[in-house]
Design a protein around this ligand. Structure first.
Ligand SMILES: C[C@@H]1O[C@H](OP(=O)(O)OP(=O)(O)OC[C@H]2O[C@@H](n3ccc(=O)[nH]c3=O)[C@H](O)[C@@H]2O)[C@H](O)[C@H](O)[C@H]1O
Length: 381
C-alpha cells in the first residue's frame, strides 16, 4: 500500500489494508516516519500487516521532518510531489525485496506502474483528480492519466449500488479490470470522546446538534466563513463549527478577521468554535449529533451516513463536488447547499435553508424522503 502523504488519502488505504489482512492477505504499508504513529492507531496490526518507513529525499524549499501535507503550506505540498518522484530508487529496492503481488498506488506515482512491471509486479491505481502543473513538473492530470494507462487494474472505493453507471463507464473507458473495494465503512468508532465534548454535547436533545467540519485539508475563505457562521446562527440549532487554516497561517488572526462581529457572544450558549483535529468518528457517533454539514470528503460522507447524521453538503474542491452529486443527487441521501451558478457564492440563507430541509418538518417531503434514502444508503453500506 503506497498512499500519498496526506491523511485523507492514507485513511482509505488503511481501511482497505484492514479488510485485506483480515482475509489473510499480507500487507506492507509504506509511509514517511512522521505519519506512522497515526497509521498505527488505525491499522490492524495482525501478523499479516507491517508498516515500512520510507524517507522523503531532500528538496529545496521543503523543510526536513515534514511528512504529510497537513503540516505544509500549499507551496510545500506541491514540492512534496517532487520529493515523491525522487523516491524511485528507494521504492525499486524495497519492491525487489518485498516482491508483492500487487502495489496499490495513489494519484501521484505515475512512474510506479512501469517500475513495478519491470519487476513483474502488478499495480492498482486508486483516486484521481486534476490540478494545475507546478514548476514544470508533471501536473496531477498527467500523473493520473499516465498511471491509469500503465497499471494493471483500477481500484475504486465505491460499490455498484452507489455508482454502478459510473463504474461501467470507467470499465469501458479504460478497458481494464475495475476492482471495487466497497465504500470501506470503518469499524464503529473505538476510544472515548474527550470529556469536554461529551459534556457539552450531553446538554442537548438527541439528534439536535449540527457538526460542521471540513475534513483534514479544506479551507474556507473569509466570505465563506462569515456566511457559514451567520447561517448556523440562523438555524437556531446547537452546533460545533470546526474551522482550520493552511499551515503557517495565524489561526486566531484569521478567525478574528473572518467571523461576523459579535457572533461568538451571540451563540455562546449553543455553539462551539474549534480549530485543529477533532475525534470526528466519535463526535458523529454521539447521540446528540443529528446533522453533519461538511465538505463531502468521501470518508466523511460514509461516516455521516453510518452514524445516522443528516447530510448537508458544501463541497469546496476537487472530488468533493462529484461526491456531493452522488450523495445528494443520485442517492438523494442528503442536501447540497444552494450556490450561485456564476461563481459558487452561497449566503447565510442558503446554509439555513439546507439545514432546514433535513432537520425540520421531518414528517413532510423532501425531508421525509431524504431521510428514507439516507437509511437505505446505510443499509447497503
Ligand atoms: C482524498 C482527499 O481527501 C480530502 O479531504 P479529507 O482528508 O478531508 O477527506 P475525508 O474523506 O473526508 O477524510 C477525512 C478523514 O479524517 C478524519 N478526521 C478529519 C478531521 C478531523 O479533525 N478529525 C478526523 O478524524 C475523518 O473522520 C475522516 O475519516 C478531500 O476530500 C479531497 O478532495 C480528497 O481528494
Amino acid at each position: 500500500m503506497f498512499p500519498y502523504f496526506a491523511f485523507g488519502h492514507i485513511s482509505p488505504f488503511v481501511q482497505l489494508s484492514n479488510k485485506l489482512s483480515l482475509h489473510g492477505v499480507r500487507v506492507s504499508f509504506l509511509s514517511a516516519p512522521g505519519n506512522i504513529p497515526r497509521i498505527k492507531s488505525s491499522l490492524l496490526l495482525t501478523p499479516n500487516a507491517q508498516i515500512i518507513p520510507i524517507q522523503l529525499p531532500p528538496v529545496e524549499g521543503l523543510p526536513p521532518g515534514l511528512d504529510s501535507t497537513s503540516e505544509m503550506t500549499p507551496h510545500m505540498a506541491e514540492l512534496l510531489k517532487k520529493a515523491l518522484d525522487l523516491m524511485q530508487p528507494q521504492i525499486k529496492t524495497l519492491l525487489s525485496q518485498l516482491n508483492p503481488d500487487f502495489v496499490f498506488i495513489d494519484f501521484a506515482q505515475y512512474w510506479l506502474p512501469k517500475l513495478a512491471s519491470e519487476l513483474g509486479i502488478k499495480t492498482a491505481q486508486d483516486f484521481w483528480y486534476l490540478y494545475k502543473s507546478f514548476d514544470g513538473g508533471p501536473s496531477a492530470y498527467h500523473r493520473v492519466c499516465q498511471s491509469i494507462s500503465g497499471c494493471t487494474a483500477l481500484a475504486i472505493k465505491t460499490c455498484n449500488e452507489m455508482e454502478g453507471p459510473y463504474v461501467d463507464f470507467m470499465k469501458s473507458q479504460h478497458q481494464k479490470p475495475v476492482l471495487l473495494t466497497g465504500p470501506l465503512v470503518p469499524e464503529p468508532a473505538s476510544g472515548v470522546l474527550e470529556e469536554k465534548w461529551a459534556k457539552w454535547l450531553g446538554q442537548f436533545p438527541l439528534g439536535s446538534v449540527i457538526f460542521c467540519s471540513f475534513g483534514s485539508e479544506t479551507f474556507l475563505d473569509d466570505n465563506q466563513i462569515e456566511q457559514l457562521a451567520l447561517g448556523l446562527e440562523l438555524t437556531g440549532l446547537p452546533f460545533i463549527l470546526v474551522l482550520n487554516f493552511p499551515a503557517g497561517v495565524d489561526t486566531q488572526a484569521e478567525l478574528n478577521r473572518a467571523l461576523p462581529k459579535g457572533f461568538l457572544e451571540r451563540v455562546k450558549d449553543r455553539g462551539i468554535l474549534h480549530s485543529g483535529w477533532v475525534q470526528q468518528p466519535l463526535i458523529l457517533a454521539n447521540a446528540s449529533v443529528g446533522c453533519y454539514l461538511c465538505h463531502s470528503g468521501f470518508s466523511s460522507l460514509i461516516e455521516g451516513l453510518m452514524n445516522d447524521c443528516q447530510l448537508v453538503l458544501l463541497p469546496l474542491k476537487g472530488d468533493q463536488f462529484l461526491n456531493s452529486k452522488v450523495f445528494a443527487g443520485d442517492m438523494k441521501a442528503g442536501v447540497e447547499v444552494n450556490r450561485r451558478n456564476e461563481d459558487g457564492y452561497f449566503g447565510k440563507d442558503d446554509i439555513n435553508e439546507a439545514v432546514r430541509i433535513v432537520m425540520m418538518e421531518i414528517e413532510k417531503d423532501p425531508c421525509k424522503s431524504i431521510r428514507s434514502s439516507h437509511k437505505n444508503g446505510e443499509n447497503f453500506c
